[in-house]
Design a protein around this ligand. Structure first.
Ligand code: ACO
Length: 423
């Protein structure tokens, strides 16, 4: 076995080197503290592997993303979203029989309990749908407790099937329209669209162009190894917390503007630039000025340092979709112009800042008629199978331990309590 040597306090320590199937290498420090008293410090975990995983492979330098070994480009082109869900969770592409029974299961678990439906009455009209989604997914744990082994498998299906219903109901609540129940004749994507956009008084026509664009978006978001929300799901799951509550924590982590919440912020930023007369330079300059507190939303990534393959697919998909739907959206031209200017600016070039998945996804959501505040909910719907696969992997990992990082304490050293009268 290969090893690395570390000299600490004049003592040489040998640390095993772990190599992944794609040649990624890590120094295994699991015994470092016990043997030396030292810990490692890595705020933001940029150099820390929290687990070994066989689900998703990313090479950030080469712009590679693969689910279970299959390139994202091939899945985006050929797969259905339910095939991708199956692939991520079960580890291999389904056969015809397997996908038929998986789809049937998803179809027959789509409704939510009527008692849960009443929860929606309690939210204010302007509640952000991410807050509603996180709390409704947490509430599923009260309806479907995990008492025995088989409950986990059932709960995985329930969550995959019901989350889109919860998401669509959150939207209907926000616009004051009646909830549309799921219909068993529809596919996963079609059912979500009709629950979002149908109204009881009108027939609803499914547009295959819209359904296909939704399929693509969901697939591109389906997993992304140990990002902030997925690590949160694993962190919460490591205490043996149930699936629903672990995923609810992931939804909360995703909401932040540095993570999935960026897709909403991108469109808000592009609208601001449009209202400001398309003054791109001003915004690029603001992003370069550290004192401005402004960042180009949808730019930059912890892992991708060349291009984000998902953004590349979405850029050409947004062109094609807008053409097919006959929509001319000024946001797309603004996004392209902004990208062009930023990618030719030394600040962005030196820091390897490229558009990420959130930069173009909002343009497509807009074209599909999805309101801005629902964008991060759409991301969560796509990411769900990834969260579940990662949670399962953690549960099944041999020797998995509760996640419990350490710290370097920098506060006061020992001092006594001073009574209030003497302070
Ligand atoms: N605009 C301007 N400058 C940026 C941006 C940006 N969008 N992103 C990074 N930088 C700068 C940083 O200020 C830093 O500069 P410095 O080296 O002079 O200090 C340098 O580039 C490196 O950036 P870090 O913040 O260290 O990179 P990190 O890996 O910690 O953060 C992140 C990555 C959070 C994605 C960051 O690029 C960012 O905030 N982007 C905007 C928000 C966004 O689009 N988030 C979505 C990410 S994708 C996803 O979660 C699905």
């Amino acid at each position: 076995m290969k090893s690395a040597k570390l000299i600490l306090d004049n003592q040489t320590i040998e640390l095993p080197i772990i190599e992944g199937s794609e040649g990624e290498r890590a120094v295994d420090i699991t015994k470092l503290r016990n043997n030396t008293g030292f810990i490692t410090l890595d705020p933001g975990y940029g150099n820390t592997g929290s687990c070994e995983s066989s689900i998703t492979f990313i090479d950030g330098e080469k712009g590679i993303l693969r689910y279970r070994g299959i390139p994202i480009e091939q899945l985006a082109e050929n797969a259905t979203f339910s095939e991708v869900m199956y692939l991520l969770i079960k580890g291999a592409l389904p056969t015809k029989n397997e996908i038929t029974s998986f789809n049937n299961e998803l179809t027959y678990h789509t409704m939510i309990h009527e008692d849960m439906k009443r929860f929606f009455d309690g939210y204010p009209m302007n509640a952000h749908p991410m807050g509603v989604l996180a709390s409704m997914v947490a509430a599923l744990s009260t309806f479907y407790p995990e008492n025995s082994e088989g409950d986990v498998d059932n709960n995985i299906i329930r969550l995959l099937a019901k989350m889109k219903t919860l998401a669509a109901f959150a939207y209907k609540k926000s616009v004051g329209q009646p909830f549309m129940y799921p219909k068993n004749k529809y596919s996963f994507e079609e059912n979500f669209l009709q629950m979002m956009f149908a109204v009881p008084s009108e027939p609803y026509e499914i547009d295959p162009v819209v359904t296909d664009a939704l399929r693509l978006l969901l697939i591109l978001h389906a997993d992304h190894e140990q990002n902030c929300s997925t690590s949160t799901v694993r962190m919460v799951g490591s205490s043996l917390a149930n699936l629903f509550i672990s995923v609810s924590a992931g939804i909360s982590a995703l909401w932040g503007p540095l993570h999935g919440g960026a897709n909403q912020r991108v469109i808000e930023m592009l609208s601001k630039i449009e209202k400001d007369g398309g003054n791109y330079k001003k915004y690029v300059n603001m992003a370069k000025d550290k004192n401005s507190g402004f960042k180009l939303m949808g730019f930059g990534h912890r892992v991708y340092k060349n291009f984000d393959p998902r953004a590349k697919i979405l850029k050409s998909a947004s062109d094609r979709l807008l053409n097919k739907l006959g929509i001319s959206d000024p946001m797309l031209s603004i996004a392209k112009e902004l990208e062009e200017i930023a990618l030719n600016d030394d600040f962005f070039v030196e820091r390897k800042l490229y558009p990420n998945v959130d930069f173009y996804s909002g343009i497509i959501y807009r074209a599909l008629g999805i309101p801005t505040r629902m964008y991060t909910v759409m991301f969560a719907l796509g990411r769900l199978p990834g969260w579940i696969a990662q949670w399962m992997e953690l549960r099944q990992a041999k020797g998995a331990r509760i996640s419990r990082p350490r710290q370097i304490y920098t506060g006061s050293t020992l001092r006594g309590f001073v009574p209030i009268s003497e302070r």
